[in-house]
Every structure is written in C-alpha cells, then in structure tokens.
Design a binder for this molecule. Structure first.
Ligand SMILES: C[S@@+](CC[C@H](N)C(=O)[O-])C[C@H]1O[C@@H](n2cnc3c(N)ncnc32)[C@H](O)[C@@H]1O
Length: 203
C-alpha cells in the first residue's frame, strides 16, 4: 500500500473531511477494506467528542489497523493524545508513515497485542469490533495471522476482565460490537446509528 505524496498539511484536518479525501491519502487502499475494516469518519468524529471530553486525556484505539481512528481523531482534537495498538507490523508501518506525512504530534502507535498493555493507564477507549476477524466466515484484512473462535473468546473475556477493574469515569466508544466485552460496571450513556455506535462510562 503506497502513500500519496505531498499530503503534509500541518494538522491534516482537510484529509479527514471526507472518506474520498482520506482514501486519496492511501491510493491503493481498496474501498471495500475502508468500508469494512476502518471506522467511518463520521463515527470517529462523534466518538472523539465523547471520549476526549476534556483536555489532556489519553485515548487508546484497541486494534488500530492502518491508524485511521488515531489520525483523524488527532487532527480533530489536538489537546488529547491518541494511542493505537495493533498486532500487524505492516499496518503499524503504514500508520507511522501517515502520521509522519501529516505531521500529527499527538499520536503514538504501538506494535503489540493489546493484552500486553496496561489498560489502566488510559482515560478512554475506541473499540471497532477488533476481534471479529476470528469469527468463521468473517471478511479478513489478510491471512498473515492466526484466527480462531477460541481467540475471539479469549480476547473478549480478557478485555471484559480488564475493563472491569478500571477507575470510575473511564469511557469507551464501541462500534459494531456485540457488547460481549463490556462489563456491567459500564453504563450505556448514548447510542447512535441504530445502536451500532454506543458510548459507555465506568460507574
Ligand atoms: C476492524 S479493524 C479496526 C481498525 C481501527 N480501529 C479503525 O477503526 O479504523 C481491527 C484491527 O484490530 C487488530 N487486532 C485484532 N486483534 C488484536 C489484538 N489482540 N491486539 C492488537 N490488535 C488487534 C486487527 O489486526 C485489525 O487491524
């Protein structure tokens, strides 16, 4: 996947004003991949308003892919820091290249499995059903990693347990999730897009 040249634009905000402009940043990004695996910009914008509700918050995208959430969020909100954790090295490389090209300082990409992070060091989370590729028959980004229903269950239970012990006030925005990873200590605050986008706060 190649990056378009001459995209440097300071905050990069113009690149995130439409899906067409975002796709032009990554010319060989298939529209199918963008539609299925990377969150729509309108979802990102709405989620950022909820998650970055005051200054200096640390927001983690669990399974950050090509970095679309963090890149768009960082250009919309310069007073928050956005972290993306991603298991595929190739996607982290592309995300880093875009971050560099756009000159966005308030992003950190981490090439790790999310289970290697201390989730207690973040104020909020974005979660676009990152584990769904493990469900048999799911449309996959590529075949570079292993998939299984057991991994789906393992990651989902792991996230549920980690979220259970976070401090009150922590926020999470879920998109296209079955809510399996959300413990009862999180209260649903708002939902949008026929319930596909949900905002939760730890009580
Ligand atoms: C549906 S994509 C969402 C990407 C991004 N959040 C967005 O909205 O544009 C899910 C991503 O999560 C990553 N992922 C899945 N399980 C993961 C894990 N256990 N640790 C880190 N990344 C993971 C996948 O490799 C994939 O890139």
């Amino acid at each position: 996947m190649k990056l378009a040249k001459n995209t440097k634009s300071g905050s990069g905000d113009g690149c995130f004003s439409s899906e067409t402009k975002f796709c032009s940043l990554v010319p060989d990004l298939s529209s199918e991949l963008n539609e299925v695996h990377w969150a729509p910009l309108r979802i990102i914008r709405k989620s950022v308003e909820f998650l970055a509700h005051r200054e200096n918050l640390k927001i983690l995208d669990i399974g950050s892919g090509i970095g679309k959430f963090c890149l768009a969020a960082a250009s919309y909100k310069s007073d928050a820091h956005f972290y993306g954790v991603e298991q595929r090295a190739s996607l982290i490389e592309r995300a880093e290249a875009l971050k560099h090209d756009l000159g966005l300082p308030n992003i950190t990409f981490l090439h790790k499995n999310f289970t290697q992070l201390d989730l207690g060091s973040f104020d909020g989370f974005f979660f676009y059903n990152a584990f769904f590729e493990n469900i048999p028959g799911a449309y996959r980004i590529d075949e570079s990693i292993e998939f299984s229903k057991e991994l789906y269950d393992y990651y989902t239970h792991y996230l549920y347990n980690e979220l259970s012990v976070l401090q009150p006030g922590v926020r999470i925005a879920t998109y296209c999730s079955w809510d399996d990873e959300i413990p009862p200590t999180f209260k649903l605050q708002e939902w949008h897009e026929q319930g596909l986008l949900k905002f939760w706060i730890r009580q």
